[in-house]
Write a protein that binds this ligand. Structure first.
Ligand code: ADP
Length: 492
């Protein structure tokens, strides 16, 4: 990667792999900054210090924050992510915002006072900046949890020159989650009441964290070009399409990458047998051990895998709707997921009904996820909407063929094999309809069962696609530069 002049970037995320993860945001936050650092930027990260994170880290500073009528103490701590650049090791600093009361709890989210918890986080991030000897050129906010940082920067810069020339970018990883809270939350930000209007943070009478990011950031990005267009429509815009249309010129789509070190079938230590595109036959060992691990009979049949949060977004009802038809085929279906109890029950029952054909694991298990990517032949992702999707990218890397609905990042990364024999890397269906999904599954099964050589070629081709951060990180650097230019123009 080309070295550049080096920007100073603060990357804010509510979850960062390997410290805490519930979904793709953590993967992105744990890998994009590494690529940005490797290309010569001074990038640092910041996240809350949850209970699940190892407490052995350096103390940096502490200060009080007035939260309504009470004063709460913020302790800033620091740890590092190790990265390898060429033959050298480097260290990526990660700041942790700690407050025992707010963050020393089970789980990352879904507490009754999440609005207050993340208001504290945003305030702490902004307040720590002058004390840590790091003044970023760019603050990169990710999803609703850090949206109000963009607002605080603009508001603070009226009084404090320190914040004046810091630019902000807000990235939407999933617009469904917006951080919509009562108006009362405003008091935790200590900003002027005038921010609470429909053209700013007010949304249906409440305070909307994502809207604060969308309105106040200098530029906005999301994680695929198709999703960038989709969210400007009322179908995908989650009520914020009006705001996004207004800021259309400042909205960019950059597809996510994945870490090609972490997701590497040649070196992955959580799978049974390592393999590459040139030794695809070794993938079979992983299928066999996956069958054993999931309590299924060891048989030479195609395996359809799913690794997913179990939520309405993921189109799981399409699978449930035609599961009987799928089960008529000689195959096995393996699902790993957790989330909405409604879907957990549906899939648990499928496991009970088809003990020899369906292996269901309700829970979060990173090692098993890797073994499913490695041991499955197909990976099913029939999402209702999908901002980017990482599951299909990880699958490609492991020679597992994605079967996906054409939406968001799935539309941008998976090319239908039947319509493009030369470049196809998966099976794609368009309408959100269980029978259309079933047709795509049948097409995949037909190729698997009738033309082993072509299937192998398809899997090998998928493994050679480059969805690493190499090129995507360069696009972020260009976007940071655009953001700086726009900010400079605005302040002239
Ligand atoms: P989203 O961010 O909407 O959940 P993505 O496809 O972008 O979806 O990313 C999901 C990430 O979380 C992938 O790395 C996937 O392997 C992982 N994942 C999802 N569910 C589980 C689970 N139950 N156990 C382990 N990893 C999971």
């Amino acid at each position: 990667m080309q070295k550049n002049q080096g920007l100073k970037i603060l990357f804010i995320s509510s979850e960062i792999s390997p410290f805490a993860k519930t979904g793709g945001l953590a993967d992105v936050a744990g890998s994009l900054p590494k690529a940005l650092k490797a290309s010569g930027n001074d990038i640092r990260l910041v996240m809350p210090k949850y209970k699940c994170i190892n407490p052995n880290m350096c103390y940096v500073t502490d200060f009080p924050i007035k939260m309504g009528d009470e004063e709460k103490t913020c302790i800033v701590k620091k740890d590092y992510i190790k990265l390898k650049t060429g033959n050298q090791y480097d260290w990526l600093p990660v700041y942790f915002i700690d407050n025992y009361y707010y963050y020393n709890r089970k789980g990352l989210y879904c507490h009754h006072d999440d609005g207050e918890r993340f208001a504290f986080f945003c305030r702490a991030v902004v307040k720590m900046l002058p004390t840590i000897n790091f003044k970023p050129d760019i603050i990169h906010c990710n999803d609703w949890h850090s949206g109000p940082v963009c607002m605080l920067l603009k508001e603070k810069s009226r009084k404090y020159p320190f914040y004046k020339d810091i630019s902000s970018i807000f990235t939407i990883h999933n617009l469904e989650y917006q951080g919509q809270f009562d108006r009362d939350i405003l008091r935790y930000f200590e900003v002027d009441e005038s921010v609470f209007t429909p053209d700013k943070v007010e949304f249906y009478g409440g305070f909307n964290f994502a809207k604060a990011g969308l309105v106040y950031s200098d530029t906005i990005s999301t994680v695929s070009s198709t999703y960038a267009e989709e969210i400007k429509t009322s179908i995908y815009g989650e009520g914020l399409d009006g705001v996004l249309n207004k800021r259309s010129d400042d909205l960019f789509g950059i597809i996510n990458g994945i870490s090609y070190n972490e997701f590497n079938p040649e070196t992955d230590s959580s799978i049974t047998k390592n393999y590459s595109a040139d030794s695809l036959e070794d993938k079979k060992h992983n299928s066999t051990s996956l069958q054993v691990e999931m309590g299924l009979p060891v048989r030479d049949v195609p395996i359809i895998g799913v690794v997913s949060r179990l939520t309405g977004q993921k189109g799981l009802e399409l699978i449930a709707d035609v599961i009987e038809d799928i089960m008529r085929y000689d195959l096995q279906f393996i699902l790993l997921g957790t989330g909405d109890p409604y879907y957990e029950d549906i899939f648990t029952n499928i496991g009970i009904k088809y003990p020899d054909k369906a292996g269901i694991y309700i829970g979060f298990n990173i090692g098993l996820a890797q073994r499913i990517y490695a041991g499955s032949d197909m990976f099913l992702m029939p999402s209702r909407f999908e901002p980017c999707g990482l599951g299909q990218l990880i699958s490609l890397r492991y020679g597992t063929i994605p079967v996906v609905r054409k939406t968001g990042g799935l539309a941008d990364t998976i090319i239908d094999y039947d319509t493009d024999n030369e470049d196809g890397n998966g099976f794609v269906f368009e309408d959100f309809n269980s029978h259309k999904m079933l047709d795509a599954v049948k097409r995949a099964l037909k190729l698997y069962n009738t033309n082993h050589e072509k299937w192998k070629q398809l899997a090998g081709r998928g493994m050679k696609f480059d969805y690493s951060w190499r090129e995507q990180a360069e696009k972020y650097i260009d976007l940071y530069k655009t953001t700086l230019r726009r900010k400079n123009k605005e302040s002239q």
